[in-house]
Write a protein that binds this ligand. Structure first.
Ligand code: TMP
Length: 261
């Protein structure tokens, strides 16, 4: 029935200051959901494996200098890159109705646990003094192509694809809004005491205090704040509870929506 065909994976984002425990807890959530036989994938931003990601990485390691606006746009581009479809995947892209990689995964029933997303983009750049609305803008605007026709396929296949495509709703336009944002709350002073702190550009106490204020502005009803100073196992338990609840709601067919639309 209709209800069942709308079943999908959940888009779950972990946010918080540097060293708040997001990466460790993401890993734990993945094993937890896998243990319950859910299809689940781990994503993270910045994705340092791409060309753009390498520029970001070099900037964060203080090996290169960039204008604050430029680095903000690179972080955003790094999220948009996930929409890119290579020629070898073009046919697949048409068949999958022009959805972004992210939307496809979700619609195929895979839950994504994403370590940082657009909220980090806005929180960190606005903490430098950039206008918050300007920071949000590149996360919303780009238009997806309505149709990519890769011509190296038999015409009868194209005809059946086009028929298929016109029957579906308009493709996704902006980045997707997460179903749940898990904010791992830690005072900047406490985060600074944790191992490995201070290695990258933004890991400075005074700056992280500003990031906290920016995160507070972005907070809305889809956010769940978890006390990241609790023992690791307690944080893990709390996360499991809200995540399971969210995954179940999405399985029942909660519609996808656009970020900040
Ligand atoms: P990471 O330690 O989670 O890999 O993140 C690297 C740093 O990049 C971290 O200090 C947060 C910052 N950041 C931004 O400034 N903008 C963004 O869009 C993202 C995803 C991260």
């Amino acid at each position: 029935n209709n209800h069942k065909s709308d079943s999908r994976g959940a888009l779950i984002v972990l946010e918080g200051l540097d060293r708040s425990g997001k990466t460790l807890q993401s890993r734990k959530l993945i094993s937890y959901l896998e243990g319950l036989s859910y299809s689940v994938e781990s994503w993270r931003f910045p994705d340092r494996n791409t060309g753009v990601g390498q520029m970001i990485s070099s900037y964060l390691a203080n090996k290169s200098e960039l204008d604050d606006h430029a680095i903000h746009l690179l972080f955003s581009a790094n999220r948009w890159e996930k929409r890119f479809v290579s020629m070898s995947h073009a046919l697949c892209y048409v068949l999958l109705l022009q959805r972004s990689l992210m939307e496809n995964k979700l619609r195929c029933g895979t839950t994504l646990i994403v370590d940082r997303y657009s909220f980090s983009g806005v929180a960190f750049s606005s903490a430098k003094g950039l206008d918050i609305e300007w920071c949000k803008a590149p996360e919303m605007g780009l238009l997806a192509p309505d149709l990519v026709l890769y011509l190296d396929i038999p015409p009868e296949v194209i005809c059946s694809i086009i028929k298929f495509v016109v029957e579906v709703k308009a493709p996704e336009m902006g980045l997707l809004a997460p179903d749940l944002v898990l904010y791992l709350d830690i005072p900047p002073e406490k985060a600074a005491e944790r191992g490995g702190y201070g290695g990258e550009r933004y890991e400075q106490l005074e700056f992280q205090r500003k990031v906290v204020r920016s995160y507070q502005i972005l907070h809305d009803a889809s956010w769940k704040t978890i006390d990241a100073c609790l023992p690791i196992e307690d944080v893990e338990k709390q996360l499991q509870e809200v995540v399971l609840d969210c995954v179940t709601t999405c399985q029942k067919g909660k519609p996808l929506s656009q970020l900040w639309s």
